[in-house]
Design a protein around this ligand. Sequence first.
Ligand code: HXC
Length: 260
Amino acid sequence: YLDGLEDILTSLDDSFVLSIQINRPKARNALRTNLLKELADTLDKATHDDMVRAVVLTGGAKVFAAGADITEMADKTPVDVMNDPRSGYWMAIRNFPKPMIGAVNGFCLGGGNELAMHCDVLLAGTNAQFGQPEINLGIIPGAGGTQRLTQMIGKSKAMRMVLSGQFMSAHEAEKAGLVAEVCEPELTIDKAMALAKTIATKPPVAARLAKESVLKASDAMLAQGIAFERRSFATLFATQDKAEGVSAFMEKRKPTFKGQ
Ligand code: HXC
C-alpha cells in the first residue's frame, strides 16, 4: 500500500478493506519507533483514500505485539521521552477517523495492548493474552493504557493488570468487555475481515461520524488522564528502578527494585 515498509505488511482489496499486519516476528512484534511511524504513515494515507473504508489490524499467530521495543527504551531520559516522535505517531493512530478492527492472537502486551485498544472493535483468538507488564520494567503504560483499560474493563481489573503485570486470558477479556468476541485462533482474521467488509458496505460518512460519536462518549474525559499518564511515564525514566527493570529484561534475569 505504501512503498518501502519494513515492519508491517499491508494489502488493500476491492471491498475497501485495508489489512495491516505487524511483522517483526524476531522481536515478537515489538513496536519500535520505525514500526509506529510506518503504521502512522499508512493510516495517514488511508485517511485520504476513498478506496479505504475500514481497516483490519493484526499481528502474528503467537504474538500480536510485545509492547514498546525495550532495547530502544534502555538509554532514554525523561526529556527524550517528552521529545519523542512516538507521541506524534500515537496521535495519528488515535485520530484515524475510519473504523479499525483489531484481530488479536497470542500475546498482546504493553504498548501492543495499548495499540489494540486504539482499535474500534477487538476480536481475539482463544490463545490471546492481554497484559500491561510495564511495572516489571519500573515504568507504567505510556500510550493511554491506564485510561483506556480502566474505561473498558473497570477500575479493579485494570488495577490488577497495571499493578501486578499479570495477563488476562481471551475469555476473561471478553467477559470484562475488552474484546467483542473470542473465536478459534485460525478464524480471528477471517472474522475481522468479514466484519470490516460489512462495515465497508455502509455509508462511509455515517460510519466516520458514528465512530467519532462513540469516541465522544469518553474522549473528553480521557484527554486529561492521557496527558497525566504521559508525564508520569516520562518521569519514571529518571529512576534507578527503570534502569534495573530494563537491564534485567535484556540480561534475562529477575529485577530487584529499591524504590529509587
Ligand atoms: C524488544 C523484545 C520484546 C520487546 C521480546 N523481545 N519482547 N525485544 N522489546 N518488548 C525479544 C527478546 O528480547 C528476544 O530477543 C526475542 O524477542 C524473543 O523473546 P522471548 O522472551 O525469548 O520470547 P517468548 O519466550 O516467546 O516470550 C514472548 C513474550 C516475552 C511473552 C512476549 O518476550 C515478553 O514478555 N516480552 C516483553 C513484554 C513487555 O514487557 N512489554 C512491555 C514493554 S514496555 P533475542 O535477541 O533474545 O532473541 C511498553 C511501554 C509502552 O510497552 C509505552 C508506550 C508509549
